[in-house]
Ligand binder design. Structure first.
Ligand SMILES: *Cc1c(COP(=O)(O)O)cnc(C)c1O
Length: 363
């Protein structure tokens, strides 16, 4: 069976090979006589799945030893609260607002600390990223929050800000939910990174937190134990029952990524895919992407039809060509193609052919 191409922003496509492995092992994982869903999280079988997932992810992302990898729950929105609870000490945290997600993070943090907006690009319609040198950082923020890839507005940092060079020694916190594992990370610039798994790592329900060890001792006393990073770290993410099946699928995704050649190889693929799509949009007179070129996301490509009356026809015809979920986020309108790691080049080529055929037909 040939499956359609799924351009959903999340939960998003998972590699076919991963789904096939999971299907083959569904009733009986490695002769254990159990499905992974039925295993004790403290048993030796799940222990092996967990250890391999941790080791593979650390290797893939080249995460240094002085960072902990936490497998949590609660999603990106949960982390919008857990980060200020764990890192702010109730003081001031700085936020760089570059789209819906960082805006949401800032709003939630206000419940736990003082929020200072160091920059806000809303006046550009969230189509730009300011040079970090122009950020108005506060004197001694507890941390500086960015969203390194804005899933809705399609804006992505091509290089992480170097806070030290800006004279700020606060840790950088990044919400990298929608581009984690799509490109290498310069960990020397990062204090904490979090990501919901449902875009690029696996199924919903698992949240990855990568946190520098020296940041583990700052939690507000009211932080729930199950969401206190130190408690989670001290218990190898098993203080309470972790999302075992989601960890298992993410582990298969990590093995798939290694098989593709790791993060540099997948980054090269992502560049080819996104360049092909942006070039097609830029060359057409029907489609437009308004994000400044140097800040365009390789993962989420929002675009508009210049004649919006064609929107419904565009989506219906796309579906008949097996191209699913191209409708833009309701807050922005238009279209959006999310082309995460799991989207094969053939999927983007099929989309590009469709864009060209549709334009020719409606010229
Ligand atoms: C999808 C997404 C989230 C939302 O996370 P939930 O798991 O739904 O809480 C947060 N931040 C970014 C950047 C996202 O893309």
């Amino acid at each position: 069976m040939k499956r359609p191409y799924n351009f959903s922003a999340g939960p998003a496509a998972i590699p076919d090979d991963v789904l096939q492995s999971a299907a083959a092992e569904m009733l009986n994982w490695h002769d254990s006589g159990m499905s992974v869903m039925e295993m004790s999280h403290r048993g030796k079988e799940f222990g092996q799945i967990y250890e391999e997932a941790q080791a593979d992810l650390r290797e893939l992302l080249a995460v240094p030893e002085h960072f902990k990898l936490l497998f949590m729950q609660g999603g990106g929105l949960g982390e919008n609260a857990f980060v200020p609870m764990n890192l702010s000490r109730g003081e001031t945290a700085d936020f760089v607002v570059t789209g819906s997600w960082s805006q949401k993070s800032a709003k939630e943090a206000k419940r736990y600390c003082t929020v200072h907006e160091a920059a806000n690009t809303e006046s550009s319609g969230f189509t730009t990223l300011q040079n970090p040198a122009t950020w108005q950082l506060s004197t001694k923020p507890a941390y500086v929050h960015i969203c390194s890839n804005e899933t809705i507005h399609g804006v992505e940092y091509q290089e992480l800000p170097d806070l030290k060079s800006l004279g700020c020694d606060a840790p950088l916190v990044m919400d990298c939910s929608s581009h984690i594992a799509s490109r290498p990370v310069d960990w020397s610039r990062v204090g904490l990174a979090f990501a919901g798994a449902q875009k690029n790592l696996g199924p919903a329900g698992l949240t990855l937190v990568v946190v520098r060890e020296d940041l583990l001792d700052r939690a507000l006393p009211t932080t729930p134990s199950a969401f206190t990073y130190k408690t989670v770290a001290d218990n190898q993410s098993m203080y309470n029952t972790p999302p075992t099946y989601a960890i298992y699928i993410a582990g298969l995704v990590f093995k798939w990524l290694k098989h593709q050649g790791g993060i540099t190889a997948i980054e090269a693929q992502n560049l080819i895919k996104s360049t092909l799509l942006y070039d097609t949009i830029d060359r057409s007179s029907l489609y437009i992407n308004r994000v400044e070129k140097q800040s365009r996301s390789r993962m989420n490509v929002p675009f508009f039809l210049r004649d919006e009356r064609l929107n419904d026809t565009f989506l219906t015809d796309a579906k008949s060509r097996q191209l699913l979920h191209l409708k833009g986020h309701k807050s922005v309108g238009g279209m959006r193609a999310s082309i995460y790691n799991a989207m094969p080049l053939q999927g983007v080529q099929a989309l590009v052919s469709y864009l060209q055929d549709f334009e020719a037909q409606h010229a």
